[in-house]
Design a protein around this ligand. Structure first.
Ligand code: MRU
Length: 345
């Protein structure tokens, strides 16, 4: 039995001396169960199945997976390739893998170097989340209803989260935020995961079907839209969970601010424009069925892009751990991007 504490008390990921414990998010909220991953194959499989998900968290998981490979004396380059291929849109994955590879390469003890770097990436995300939380909370009025999409909380980052971290910070400061949670078809990261986190944190919320969002925005029920990101191009175009772009369009049409909350590791200076971002296409069965049963006619096919791209001109501001940036992003993003990322461009 899991006591009803904050979601942070049920960590999404834990490194325990050579075993990576991953909270199986595919089973939430019905079951709180951990998967113990002991090699790169097990971690890759967990990422593909979305047992571990959310751009920052898959980066952290992949970093620890390389530490597992290094301990086993495996080929780190091959392990890195396997991990990076699991999910093509979230750039944090490649960023974390590159960091661990470069820490391990040429180290006297590659296994210790890889493990130390993975721990640094993990701790860095926890710290970044806290900073984004403060910076973002300053943008949200007291007693505001905000709308969010997918899951951007502890389950997506290992810290307090990005967009959801902003809500938690506002709540902790006594600012009484209320949240409309888009259910996030087809895999329901909103109704399963975000609602679970908000419930445990004691934050008032209502789950809505994705299709209800624009109408609620139009009727003045939403003071701000807050989302995370899987990759931000150099010009500020932002890939995030499919269904984010329509929220940005509705927000613009009704003069509601649309904020993207993401660590600088999500900014990819090597991707110039949003249209250059690879969009992950997932199994059509995720769309054609529900809860394991077929819903659509047997002969129907489906398109299942996991992400869409919101053009930079619809983004009111991007909240990072190094500050809040605004358009024109091609000029403002370099001021917060880490020097090593800028060099990579
Ligand atoms: O397919 P998922 O659940 O991994 O998609 C996650 C999202 O789209 C999140 O919004 C994004 O990774 C940011 S999480 C802080």
């Amino acid at each position: 039995l899991v006591p009803n504490t904050t979601p942070e008390a049920i960590p999404a990921i834990e490194w325990r001396d050579g075993v990576l414990r991953l909270l199986d998010q595919a089973r939430l909220p019905q079951e709180v169960r951990y998967v113990d991953a002991r090699d790169v194959e097990a971690v890759s499989d967990a990422i593909r199945r979305l047992s571990v998900r959310g751009a920052p968290l898959i980066g952290i998981a992949a970093a620890y997976a390389l530490a597992l490979a290094a301990r086993a004396g495996g080929d780190l380059r091959a392990a890195a390739d396997m991990l990076v291929a699991t999910r093509p849109t979230a750039v944090n994955l490649r960023w974390a893998v590159d960091r661990v590879l470069s820490a391990a390469s040429g180290a006297a003890d590659p296994a210790s170097a890889a493990e130390a770097e993975a721990r640094r990436i993990h701790a860095g995300q926890v710290d970044a989340d806290a900073r984004m939380g403060e910076a973002g909370a300053a943008l949200i009025p007291d007693d505001a209803t905000v709308l969010t999409h997918c899951n951007t909380g502890s389950l997506a980052t290992g810290g307090i989260g990005t967009a959801l971290g902003v809500v938690k910070t506002a709540h902790a400061r006594g600012r009484r935020p209320r949240v409309l949670v888009g259910e996030t078809r087809p895999l329901l990261q909103g109704s399963r995961l975000t609602a679970w986190e908000l419930d445990r944190a004691g934050i008032s919320h209502d789950v809505i079907v994705d299709g209800a969002a624009a109408g609620l925005i139009a009727r003045g029920h939403v003071r701000a839209v807050l989302v995370g990101a899987d990759r931000i191009a150099a010009n500020g175009d932002t890939a995030n969970k499919v269904g984010t772009y329509p929220l940005a369009l509705a927000a613009r049409a009704h003069d509601v601010p649309f904020y993207v909350v993401a660590p600088v590791s999500t900014v990819d200076p090597a991707t110039r424009l949003g249209r250059d971002i690879t969009i992950e296409q997932r199994d059509p069965d995720e769309v054609l069925g529900f809860d394991g049963s077929r819903v659509a006619p047997a002969a129907s096919s489906a398109l299942n892009p996991a992400f869409d791209v919101t053009p930079a001109d619809l983004v009111t501001a991007i909240v990072t751990e190094r500050g809040v940036v605004r358009a024109p992003y091609a000029r403002s993003l370099p001021s917060v991007v880490a020097p090593q990322q800028a060099v990579a461009s």
